[in-house]
Each structure stands twice: as C-alpha cells, then as structure tokens.
Design a protein around this ligand. Structure first.
Ligand code: FAD
Length: 483
C-alpha cells in the first residue's frame, strides 16, 4: 500500500524532528514526507556562525538533559552530547554579581538562609518573605500570572529580583503577563493544595528528587561545534531516508481537496507550486500557523493568533583572553529592575570546554567569547536598534557590570524577531481549545515552541505528539475507507 504523503511546514527543529519520526517505524517510514521551509536554511532558531574562526551558536546553545527527547534524538543521529563545564550562574542584583543560591524554583526560594547569604535581596525584602506562612491561602481560580502569585505571597522584590531574571532568561517575558500554570506547572499544582508558596516550591523540588533519584548526569548538555549544527546532521539523515526537503519555499496557503490538502508554496523564483498531501503538520510560529489555518479552520486560527512573541537579539562579543581572567561560572542574568539593556550573559568560553579551547588558540593572545541577550516582551529594542547600537549597549553594560573593556576585539549581532512565544495567562486553555478545534479537520496538526514548552526538548516532544496524532488520523481514515 502506498505510504500517505505528509507535508511539514517549517524546517526548524520541530519540523525536522517531525519528519524524522514520520519516517521512523518498525517497518521503515510511516509516511512519505516533504518539508517546506520559507528561509534559505534549515534550523530556525538553531544556527551556528564562525566567530573569529570559532563555531558559536547564535540561537539556542544548550539542550536540557533532564528531559529525554533532545538527548535521545542526538543519540539516534550519532551526535555525542557534551556536558556544560559549569552551570553555576549569577544574578546581577543591587550593583553586583551574586551567585544564584540553591533551592530556587524559577526564583521562588525554599532555603531562606542561602538566599539571605546570596545578597540578591534587600533585608526588608528578606524579612517580608516568611509572611507567606501566615497569609491566607491564595485561591487560584484558573490561571494567574507568576508575578501576581509570587508578589502576593512573598513580596514584590522576590518577583523583581529572582523571578523576573529567570523568566527573562527562558521566555524573554515579564512576570506580570506569564502564566503560572504554563511556566511553572508543578508549582501551580502544589499551590492549589497548599497555603505557603515556600512549602509548595519545596514540595515540588523534593518530589522531583524522589521521582528522578539523585541527579547523575548534567542538567544541560551541548554539542561540540554548537547545538546549531544539529539541523544539518538531521537534514542529511532525512535525505538518506528519502525525505524531500525544500528551502526558500514559503507556504502561502492551505486548501482542502476532498480528504486531502493542497499546499501552495513559493519556489523562490516568484512562482508558486501546489503540493498535495494527505496530512499537513504545521511547525511554524503560531502567528504564521494562524494565517495558514485561517481558510481551513478559522476557529483554531483565532486561538493561535492570540499567542504573542518577544523580539530578542544575541550579541556575541570576543575579548582578549587576558582581559576576562577574573570571570567565573557560566554567566549571569539581569533583572529589569537594574535598568540594563542586557538581560542575560553566557560566558561561552567557560561554559563549553571545546569552545574555550578553540577560542584560546585564536591568533594573537587568544579570545574570550561571550553572548549577551537583549530584548524583552513588549520592547522593540532588539528589532529597532542598529547593530552598532546593540553592540554599544551590550559592551557598555558589560564594562560597568563585570569590568570588561568598553570595546570588544570582535563582535556580531543576530536578531530573532518574534524569537520567543509568550505563554500568557490562559495559554493552556487557549492551546487546548485550538487542539480541540483542530479535531474538526483531521490530517492537520501543529507542533513547535508555541504550545507546551519553548525549549528544544519540549519542541521535539511536541513533534512526537503531533506525528502520533496525524498517523492515527490517517490510519482511522484508511480503515474507514476500506470498510
Ligand atoms: C536567542 C534564543 C536562544 C535560545 N536558547 C535556547 C537554549 O539554549 N536551549 C533551548 O532548549 N531552547 C532555546 N531557545 C528556544 C528554542 O531554540 C526554540 O524555541 C526552538 O528552536 C523553536 O523551534 P521551532 O522549530 O518550533 O520553531 P522555529 O525555530 O521558529 O522554526 C520555525 C520555522 O518555520 C519557518 N517558517 C516560517 N514561516 C513559514 C512559512 N510560511 N512556510 C514555511 N516555513 C516557514 C521559519 O523560517 C523557521 O525555520 C532559544 C531561542 C532563542 C530565540
């Protein structure tokens, strides 16, 4: 029997992973697959550049090893992951870098002694925290913002100096908008059963230790040559499996054709081609998916249109190695309350041994490479400032915060317009509703960063789920057609 034809729209990690699982079955491929990518390259937010001859990630740079999906896919592709050399990060608070203490759950403290010793919070803010044990329970009717919940229980400074930098680091988002239910789901569940936020966070951490056992491996891993090299390996492996992969093929429209779908895509030369498929898997950002779904499932499209994005920029800077000798750890986060343009810094040279070695052997006296992230939800800085302005803002902040020279030796800027989806209050219901509406158009499914997690592992997990849905729908349709 001929294999069903599935078109995957979007060639970021979610789309490529979907193609991988569609072509991986006990008896070989389960579908014939075409991936249509609008840009000239595959990988989406995974990208690597040569920076002074050293491969450096300009988008994602680490894989969460606590979830299985990303590490498992690397293994299947024959890619060997490497642990981060250090995960000790700091928060820039009250005028200096302060190591992040143990016992935080997305900034919610469970060990007040360690928190006090870190110096991140002022004394009045520390004294306010224990009120959490006395305040009446915060009744959670549905979702609430992380900022509202934490400020009510623990005081505004915990939100401003602990929660904000954590959420800024992952989502480039603001605590007053982001959903507690989605961004810290285990805390949300615990908080519906307990009065104290501290006790809720402590129960989540202790449950995690009980179910996972003592942590053996590293929390974060990377790839020698950069996480951004993963898409190229995946693309080669997909070609070997017979997948058709097209870049510069922006999908413009999807139309129903009986039980099948016509997918209209540009071909990069001002012409359009229509591809017919039994199923279409959208691995595009939510706003793009919404536009494409509009003509075939406007109710699902309306839900997805409401998902907003933050624009972010990564400024990679190289300094003479001897000027960065005083730095240690993997980098630091900066809360917005500090009034800096930079929201986070990764010391790439210290975090990844392979990168540090290559940078050290750079001509002259060797390089120290770091990445500064700029841009937060609702702030157009990352798309409106010029490259020179972004470099100047980053270098000035670094000079004042960590004593690096005002002028780096080399620099590069990568912008990610609409880089990170914002899981606003109500996101879970919105996504559940969109998925419910999609059931009215069997053969259409969505996956990617917009839904159940922005990290690479979560994206791959969402691809696996979308592939299962689509294959099941195709199997049901075949059974129905054959009586
Ligand atoms: C700066 C930055 C740093 C990050 N760091 C990390 C990290 O260290 N670890 C981690 O786990 N996660 C990180 N993330 C998050 C993670 O990288 C992303 O959430 C993930 O890569 C998104 O993958 P995706 O395939 O869902 O979407 P995307 O990567 O956005 O891919 C979507 C693809 O669809 C294509 N497309 C758009 N419109 C069309 C169309 N009409 N037709 C066809 N194709 C189309 C796009 O060109 C793109 O290639 C980071 C994100 C950013 C922005």
């Amino acid at each position: 029997m001929a294999l069903p034809h599935v078109i995957v729209v979007g060639g970021g990690i979610s789309g490529l992973a979907a193609a991988w699982y569609l072509t991986q079955g006990p008896n070989g491929p389960r579908a014939s697959v075409t991936v249509l990518e609008s840009s000239p390259r595959f990988g989406g937010k995974l990208a690597v550049q040569s920076f002074g001859g050293v491969p450096t990630d300009t988008g994602a740079e680490a894989l969460l090893a606590a979830r299985p999906e990303a590490v498992a896919l690397c293994r299947e592709l024959g890619l060997e992951t490497v642990p981060a050399a250090t995960t000790q990060a700091a928060i820039y608070s009250r005028g200096r870098l302060r190591p992040i203490p143990r016992g935080l759950l997305t900034g919610v403290p469970t060990d007040l002694r360690k928190l006090a010793a870190s110096g991140i919070l002022s004394v009045p803010a520390l004294l306010r925290i224990p009120l959490d044990h006395l305040l009446p329970r915060t009744v959670l009717h549905g979702d609430v913002s992380v900022g509202d919940y934490v400020s009510t229980r623990l005081g505004g400074e915990v939100t401003a100096r602990l929660v904000e930098p954590m959420l800024g680091g992952v989502y480039a988002g603001r605590s007053e908008s982001l959903s507690l239910q989605m961004t810290v789901p285990a805390l949300y569940r615990a908080a519906t059963q307990r009065r104290s936020a501290i006790a809720s966070a402590a129960s989540v951490l202790s449950d995690g230790r009980k179910t996972m056992g003592p942590r053996k491996g590293p929390i974060f891993v990377g790839l020698e040559g950069g996480v951004g090299a993963m898409p190229a390996t995946l693309v080669s492996a997909l070609r070997e499996r017979g997948v058709t992969l097209r870049t510069t093929s922006p999908v413009q429209q999807v139309r129903a054709r009986g039980h099948a779908w016509d997918v209209v895509a540009g071909n990069g030369r001002g012409r359009y081609a229509t591809h017919t498929a039994d199923a279409v898997l959208f691995a595009t950002p939510a706003n793009v998916t919404a536009e494409l779904l509009d003509t075939v499932n406007s109710a699902a499209a309306d839900e997805l249109r409401g998902i907003e994005y933050a624009d972010v920029a990564v400024v990679t800077l190289g300094y003479a190695a001897n000027e960065a000798r005083h730095l240690s750890g993997s980098g630091f986060l900066v809360p917005p309350v500090e009034g800096r343009a930079v929201k986070g810094v990764t010391y790439s040279s210290l975090k990844w041994n392979w990168l540090g070695q290559q940078a050290r052997s750079h001509a002259d006296d060797g390089l120290f490479i770091l990445r500064a992230s700029l841009g937060r939800a609702g702030d157009p800085l990352a798309v409106e400032a010029s490259d020179a302005q972004l470099v100047r803002l980053a270098a000035d902040d670094l000079s004042e915060m960590i004593g690096l020279p005002r002028r780096p030796a080399i620099e590069s800027v990568t912008r990610w317009p609409q880089g990170l989806p914002q899981y606003a209050v109500g996101h879970r219901t919105r996504v559940a509703d969109a998925r419910e509406w999609l059931l009215n158009t069997p053969g259409l499914a969505v996956c990617g960063a917009a839904y159940e997690g922005v990290g690479i592992a979560a994206c791959i997990g969402s691809s696996q789920a979308a592939v299962s849905t689509v294959l099941q729908q195709l199997a049901e349709r075949r059974e129905w057609a054959h009586g």
